[in-house]
Design a protein around this ligand. Structure first.
Ligand code: AMP
Length: 117
């Protein structure tokens, strides 16, 4: 079954798409955690980073180039931003379709809350 992100990419369900090319699509997160919170997603459905292969190198590289371009588009490039890729249960990955979170627009604080190691 197609992932929810594949359905957004295919236009089957709504998404606020901000960028699209032959390898990746980016749209605004439905539950933003920062003033800018965008998901950059391979057009090809890869469940998680554990499933990536050498054949995916081009799409993975494109995700970073798209992030750079979208950050500039959003006006957050100079102040900086954070890119996050969650994987699996301990990484708290909720959608099984590889995606990069692009977050910015305010100081984001330390990467992880230091409650425990
Ligand atoms: P992750 O925990 O890394 O798998 O992140 C999944 C992200 O997808 C969360 O930040 C959700 O808010 C976001 N999300 C889930 N459904 C949608 C949707 N239909 N449109 C946009 N973002 C979504």
């Amino acid at each position: 079954m197609a992932s929810i992100f594949s359905k957004i990419i295919a236009g089957e369900i709504p998404g606020d798409i901000v960028y699209r090319d032959d390898l990746v699509t980016a749209f605004r997160d439905i539950n933003p955690q920062a003033p800018t919170h965008i998901l950059i997603v391979p057009n090809k459905e890869i469940p998680s980073v554990n499933d990536v292969t050498a054949a995916d190198e081009a799409v993975l590289g494109r995700m970073f180039l798209a992030a750079q371009q979208i950050a500039a588009q959003e006006g957050i490039a100079d102040n900086g931003y954070r890119l996050i890729v969650n994987c699996g249960q301990h990484g708290h990955q909720e959608v099984l379709h590889v995606h990069m979170h692009l977050m910015g627009g305010r100081p984001l604080g330390p990467m992880l809350y230091r409650t425990s190691r």
